[in-house]
Design a protein around this ligand. Structure first.
Ligand code: SDX
Length: 444
């Protein structure tokens, strides 16, 4: 891992022609190289902007800024394309499983049979938690939000793996990645069990990753529990859909924390904290609350009018996306999975689904949403599926975190292989008081 030095900034660009951007400012002119990726938008390398023209860029929300180079996930927001290491999300959702996709995200290629079996064995071997971790839960109220428990226990887990701070070698980073992917389902399920006051269920090596999670969530010592294979397959597919999504808010948080050299478990805890927000991973929980508040189809027109009234500050949760200005490919797979799960469960009529479908149909015909290119995102249907599976609303974002952990650790690991790696330290556009002197204090 090379700690990039500031001299890593590209040499004064002498390139001319179409692969440059020329900026003229304050009587000076400077040329900046345009970098072409393997797919998607080109980027202008402005690392010399301050040095050459004494200028910063200003990009609140970083919507127009590439914060890093990555080879993991590609999104084309205009075409509704999502690729994990080049593989279309629909193919992976249909043909792969979460453990195989986790290997792909972490190591860059689909595993051979032997690599897959070794990987799964490693995850099984590390799924158990140190027995003392059980004490962490007792510090929380039983009604604590499970995201607060997950955030706290993941950060606390770093104390049991002090070697995790040794980020200087790939083997140590890989061990931390495996530990996190393996243990997050156990912590998540135990957060749920703790909220119920039920005994914790241990992970088992004879179950798949997702079967294990369902077993730890719903098994009880009083009677045998059989994992429903259809539900397990559906949840495994949902985990695939949530596994990674390039430089979203929580992943950027993990990369930023990782750039300081912090313990990887602390970096993932920071990602969990960022994911919790309703504008991000907390939206799946917010969608259910929104649908319950709307209640009936008759109330949809007045709700949509409220959304369109800026003063109401009401948003159509599960709609819109910073990058997708077309359908979120995950939302379409999520909707079909929703019907599959309800059919499997024999749910003939799910009022919330009917309400969601009607709400989507009306919004997609309404100019307000069409003009702003607002489409359903990954969170619009997920909550309805989780509810049908018997998962409480407060656990929806926890499940998102379970799935996204592999994306977070893959992106965290990738940063260490980047020769341009350096601590994240954005600047600002300052509009505060100019320098001024204190008057003599009245009371001194
Ligand atoms: C996730 O980044 C990722 O990749 C995230 C994610 C992942 O996998 O990691 O995909 C997961 O977080 C999905 C998003 C979940 N959040 C929600 O569903 C919450 C509702 N959506 C919005 O809050 C919003 O769409 C965001 C936060 C998702 C995106 O916000 P942006 O890009 O900052 O969009 P914006 O606020 O600039 O909106 C542009 C316009 C504005 O109107 P105008 O000022 O132009 O008149 O669209 C409006 C917004 O008011 N708008 C909405 C809206 N989303 C945007 N209006 C009503 N309802 C909405 N949901």
């Amino acid at each position: 891992m090379s700690q990039a030095k500031s001299e890593n900034i590209p040499p004064q660009n002498t390139a001319q022609g179409e692969n440059v951007v020329t900026v003229n400012y304050n009587g000076k002119s400077s040329v900046f190289p345009v970098l072409k990726g393997s797919m998607g938008d080109h980027v202008v390398d402005i690392r010399n902007l301050k040095k050459n023209l004494d200028l910063f860029t200003f990009d609140p929300g970083l919507g127009g800024t590439a914060s890093c180079e990555s080879k993991i996930t590609y999104i084309d927001g205009d075409k509704g394309v999502l690729l994990y290491r080049g593989y279309p999300i629909a193919q992976l959702a249909e043909q792969s499983n979460f453990a195989e996709v986790s290997y792909l995200l972490l190591y860059g290629n689909l595993p051979t049979r032997q690599e897959y079996e070794v990987f799964v064995d490693r995850l099984n071997e590390h799924a158990l938690l140190h027995e003392q971790i059980r004490n962490f839960f007792n510090g929380f109220r039983r009604d604590a939000h499970p995201m607060s428990i997950l955030c706290g226990t993941v950060a606390g887990l770093s104390a049991f793996y002090p070697e995790g701070t040794d980020i200087s070698n790939e083997a140590s980073r890989d061990r931390s990645a495996i530990n996190l992917i393996a243990k997050i389902p156990t912590l998540a399920a135990w957060a749920y069990k703790y909220s119920l006051g039920e005994p914790f269920v241990y992970p088992r090596s004879d179950y798949s990753y997702t079967e294990n999670f369902l077993n730890m969530m719903f098994a009880r010592p009083t009677e045998p529990y059989k994992v429903n294979p259809i539900l397990s397959r559906a949840l495994d597919r949902i985990f695939i859909l949530h596994a990674d999504h390039e430089q979203n808010a929580s992943t950027s948080t993990v990369r930023l924390a990782g750039s300081t050299g912090a313990h990887p478990f602390a970096c993932i805890a920071a990602g969990i904290a960022a994911l919790w927000g309703p504008a991000h991973g907390g939206a799946n929980e917010a969608v259910l609350k929104m649908l319950n508040a709307i209640g009936r189809k008759e109330n949809i027109p007045s709700f949509i009018e409220k959304v369109k009234d800026k003063n109401s500050e009401v948003r159509l949760m599960g709609f819109g996306h910073r990058v997708y200005k077309n359908f979120d490919p995950r939302a379409q797979i999520m909707q079909s999975t929703c019907y599959e799960v309800l059919r499997e469960l024999g749910v003939k009529k799910e009022p919330l689904l009917e309400l969601a479908v009607e709400l989507e149909e009306r919004a997609l015909k309404d100019d307000y949403f069409v003009e702003r290119k607002l489409y359903p995102n990954v969170d619009f249907y997920s909550g309805i599926i989780f509810k049908a599976m018997g998962i409480p609303t407060s656990m929806f974002t926890v499940l998102f975190a379970v799935a996204r952990t592999v994306g977070w650790v893959s992106q965290w690991k990738e940063a260490f292989d980047d020769p341009l790696r350096r601590i994240y330290r954005p600047r600002q556009h300052y509009t505060g008081p100019v320098e001024r002197n204190m008057k003599t204090s009245y009371w001194l």
